[in-house]
Design a protein around this ligand. Structure first.
Ligand code: F3S
Length: 391
């Protein structure tokens, strides 16, 4: 790889061990993927924040990085952690877990990372612009910023994103390059336009293509639909970028006339639904994957207002960012009659398997990960069908 004199000096250890380690990782990734050089980034979003997912090994890695003086050099945000910082007891979390989780957040803070822990930082804390090069982990968020905003990031892992954040640079390959952002398949979508239909569409497309860059026709996503679609395709397949005719900023730049066309309609959506639903009764209903936006908080509160929770055996969690929770006090009041509005955590990265075996969600992404990462049987329905379970 072509490194500048300054980059080579970092690699040679002239700026300390933590920057050297970061450069070793970023250049190693660059060599694997054929990057010719490094590129400056404007922001990073880091995964690897939950004690459940990184364990003691990850905690030790962060202790070492922080002790070595590692500091991020671009605005950087953090993914959801394993518990609400204040309300972890309501999540059946043990004090031992809580202590280690709080330590992880503090270590990221020492490195200069903003301690907002959300998978939707693009709605407030960390908003890239069209054409920005960034280094984002969190498959749903990076797909959203790639696709709906037109920023440029590869599918970074936790350590790779942290290394890039420390350097303010990443290896210049893959989705940072114009030619790698071209669509690979046209998806002719026939859905009803509800947010839940976008979730099932993403599941069906992920199942149909696995990987690639879909170019959608027949959809008009706004923020909530785009976040749901991004999350579902990233979980059911490994899609990190998609375009939608008339709706995403780069879609108009491609000629897709020679691409294969796949139709996704009722039979494919039903197959997606069947794959995700493995149980009909649940102990926990968890909404907010990806994290609830202000609009979704308003919608849920409006749906719940004046109703009562009758089935006390089923717990409900609403997951959002601390920022959104603070902006919606009236909604929170209504929602808290049904269950806690939890900040900066979610049903997948929290250790729910200690307390539950069957969980309901409206998210295809959570529907994929609840069985594999949380030993749950899953029920995946739209929000109103889920909430009616407890009324
Ligand atoms: Fe976010 Fe957790 Fe879903 S990190 S995308 S709410 S699995």
């Amino acid at each position: 790889m072509d490194l500048t004199r300054e980059e080579q000096a970092i690699l040679d250890g002239e700026e300390g061990e933590s920057r050297q380690k970061a450069m070793e990782l970023v250049t190693a990734l660059g060599k694997i993927y054929g990057a010719e050089d490094l590129i400056d980034i404007t922001s990073a979003h880091l995964s690897g924040a939950s004690y459940k997912t990184i364990g003691d090994g990850g905690l030790k890695y962060l202790e070492d990085m922080a002790a070595g003086g590692a500091k991020v050099s671009v605005p950087s945000t953090l993914n959801p952690v394993g518990m609400d910082r204040d309300r972890w007891r309501e999540m059946h979390i043990t004090p031992e877990f809580a202590e280690k989780q709080l330590r992880i957040i503090d270590l990221y803070g020492e490195m200069g990372v903003q301690k907002t822990c959300s998978c939707t930082p693009y709605t407030g804390a960390n908003v890239p612009s069209l054409g920005d090069h960034v280094a984002w982990a969190e498959s749903s968020a990076l797909s959203f910023v790639n696709s709906f905003i037109g920023a440029r990031t590869n599918r970074e892992g936790g350590p790779g994103a942290l290394a890039a954040a420390i350097l303010g640079k990443t290896a210049n390959y893959g989705l940072h390059l114009d030619e790698k952002r071209k669509p690979t398949v046209v998806i002719d979508a026939d859905i009803d336009g509800s947010v839940f239909s976008y979730s099932m569409l993403g599941q069906a497309v992920g199942m149909a293509i696995g990987t690639g860059i879909p170019y959608f026709r027949g959809i008009s996503p706004e923020t909530e639909e785009a976040k749901t679609l991004s999350a579902a395709m990233a979980a059911a397949g490994s899609v990190a970028l998609w375009h939608a005719e008339g709706a995403t900023p780069e879609a108009g730049s491609f000629d897709v006339s020679d691409l294969e066309v796949i139709h996704i309609g009722k039979p494919e959506l039903e197959a997606a639904y069947s794959k995700l639903n493995t149980v009909d009764d649940v102990q926990l209903i968890a909404l907010g994957c990806p994290h609830l936006t202000e609009k979704e908080m308003h919608q849920i509160a409006a749906f719940l207002k004046g109703k009562r929770k009758v089935n006390k055996d089923v717990e409900i969690w609403f997951c959002t960012s601390a920022e959104v929770r603070a902006k919606c006090p009236e909604d929170v009041k209504v929602m808290e009659e049904f269950g806690p509005v939890l900040a900066d955590t979610c049903m997948v990265v929290a250790p729910i398997e200690g307390a539950f075996q069957r969980t309901g969600t409206n998210s295809a992404k959570a529907g994929n990960y609840l069985p594999t990462l949380c030993s749950q049987k899953a029920m995946v329905r739209d929000v109103s069908a889920l909430l009616e379970v407890v009324m």
